[in-house]
Every structure is written in structure tokens, then in C-alpha cells.
Write a protein that binds this ligand. Structure first.
Ligand code: SF4
Length: 216
């Protein structure tokens, strides 16, 4: 898609998606502070938010603060999160993240992208989610697997590289919509534009989308 036409199209796309998914303009992950959001977001990799929300109440009750993780081993977290995929790796990264934040940021989750992405297990997607939702600070667009699927169909990016998609979307999505566009593309990806199948006949963007199967 040409950059100019993408810019023209994006405001229509965003306003239609806001009308269609008005409840989706926030993260579905449950959290009470930036650390809980960071942990929940790390747990959500390749897991559904609803599954994560089932396990985090017990985890956060027993591990309320970063310091509670410091003298623990990954195996100590297994009982809480073993219903999630990749739980061994996630446990390891959460413990490492707690140590890193304890050692470098006095037990407070940092706000800035260059600090967040230094934390073990934290990439740009997790950093964007934490920044945007916990600190209302926006330095990028969080791109998850739903966003990759939908953005490739809508904008014909032809790449599965989340960072490339993020950079390209930052060129034409207005900055005040960077948080919203993530939630809206995820909503579309869960509803009608799933990785397995697209239900273009039920999609509010079918007249705008180059990948639509609806005859125009
Ligand atoms: S029209 Fe079809 S391919 Fe395009 S975004 Fe909607 S569901 Fe996805």
C-alpha cells in the first residue's frame, strides 16, 4: 500500500473499528500496577488474555511485589502458570526481570522504551503495552500475532517481522491512535480476521481491504 493512501485510509479504518469494537480500547489483562501488567503481558505471549487472567489472581496474591520473586526459582512459579504455554520459559524470564528491575531500577518498573527493552524477556511489544497502559506513555505500537495477521491482510506488508510492521505503521497511524490501533486490530483478529480463517462477509472493513473475499 502506498504511504499516502494508507494515511488517508487509516482514519476511516480506525473510526469504523472504534464503532464496531467500542469495548476493546484497552488491554483485557487484569493488573493493579505496572509490575503486574508487565508480568501479565509476559505471560500472555502465545496465550489468550482470558487464560492469563485466570492464573494471575493467585500468582499476584502470593507474589505481590517484585521482592517476593527475588529469592525464588522458576520452578516456584510453575504451579501458578502451568496452564499457559511456554510456562517454564515465562517463569525464568519473570524471575530474571524481577532481579533486573530490583538491581537497576529500585524495584520500580521503568517507563521508557530503551529501559524496558533491557529487561530480560521484554521486547518492544511488551514494552509498548506496559508504557501505553500503565504509564500512558507512547513511544511505539504494540504488535502481537493478531496485529501481524490483520495488518498483512489490510496493508499488504508481506512480512511477519513485528518490528518492521510497527515501524511502517508508525509512519501513517496518527500518534494519538497508537494505543488504540493495537487493541482494535487485536479485536478484529479475534473476531473476523483470524489466522485460520477470514470472515470478510462480516467485516466492517471489507470494502477497504485488498484481501477481502467479498465481491465489490
Ligand atoms: S476484509 Fe477480510 S481479510 Fe480484510 S480485514 Fe476484514 S476479515 Fe480480514
Amino acid at each position: 500500500m502506498q504511504r499516502k493512501s494508507a494515511k488517508n485510509k487509516i482514519s476511516v479504518i480506525i473510526s469504523r473499528l472504534k464503532r464496531r469494537y467500542p469495548e476493546e480500547l484497552r488491554t483485557w489483562l487484569h493488573y493493579k500496577n505496572p509490575w503486574e501488567l508487565l508480568v501479565a503481558t509476559m505471560l500472555s505471549a502465545q496465550s489468550q488474555d482470558a487464560q492469563v487472567n485466570k492464573v494471575t489472581p493467585a500468582l499476584f496474591k502470593n507474589y505481590p511485589n517484585i521482592i517476593n520473586y527475588l529469592n525464588k526459582k522458576p520452578v516456584n512459579l510453575y504451579p501458578y502458570i502451568m496452564t499457559l504455554g511456554l510456562y517454564r520459559n515465562k517463569s525464568k524470564n519473570i524471575i530474571k526481570a524481577a532481579h533486573y528491575i530490583h538491581d537497576n531500577f529500585h524495584d520500580r518498573v521503568p517507563k521508557h522504551m530503551e529501559q524496558l527493552v533491557q529487561i530480560p524477556g521484554v521486547g518492544r511489544k511488551t514494552a509498548n503495552v506496559v508504557q501505553g497502559n500503565a504509564f500512558e506513555l507512547i513511544e511505539g505500537i504494540a504488535i502481537d500475532t493478531h496485529c501481524i495477521t490483520v495488518a498483512n491482510r489490510l496493508f499488504l506488508f508481506n512480512t511477519n517481522n513485528a518490528e518492521k510492521i510497527e515501524r511502517r505503521m508508525m509512519e501513517f497511524v496518527p500518534k494519538d491512535e497508537w494505543i488504540n490501533v493495537t487493541h482494535l486490530l487485536i479485536a478484529l483478529g479475534r473476531d473476523v480476521c483470524t489466522a485460520r480463517r477470514k470472515y470478510c462477509e462480516n467485516c466492517v472493513l471489507n470494502d477497504l481491504c485488498p484481501s477481502s473475499t467479498v465481491r465489490k
